[in-house]
Write a protein of this length. Structure first.
Length: 124
């Protein structure tokens, strides 16, 4: 899918961090994902790249996504993904399934109103 083909896809406006590794570089860079669609994203960060540079981006709840730099404009770059993703997955909260939530993070049950001796608890 070319950069021109992906412009008509719905984009989600959001604030999400991504870890980006550009091909041929040992170190990765962190960027702020400003827009995310099935076919690509706009990322803001300190990147020194040219149009066409290959990359791998790691996105929350999605994993590693390969693509290339479609455009560069100041501190922002456009990325065209090799394969479409489901952008709604990036918005999903992390670890919200009941069994995955640690017990200390689960909401407490309502305390009983009586202690069994006929006395009620005093609310503080």
């Amino acid at each position: 899918m070319s950069a021109v083909d992906t412009r008509n896809l719905d984009r989600d406006s959001l604030f999400l961090m991504a870890q980006i590794t550009f091909d041929g570089r040992a170190e990765s860079a962190r960027g702020k994902v400003r827009n995310l669609s099935a076919g690509g994203m706009m990322v803001e960060g300190e990147f020194e790249v040219e149009r066409g540079t290959r990359l791998t981006a790691e996105l929350r709840n999605i994993g590693k996504v390969k693509g290339n730099v479609a455009w560069v404009q100041g501190s922002r770059i456009g990325v065209a993904f090799d394969k479409e993703i489901d952008p709604k997955l990036a918005r999903a909260p992390v670890g919200t399934k009941g069994s995955e939530v640690p017990s200390f993070a689960r909401p407490a049950l309502d305390a009983p109103k009586f202690d069994g001796s006929g006395h009620s608890f005093r609310r503080i």
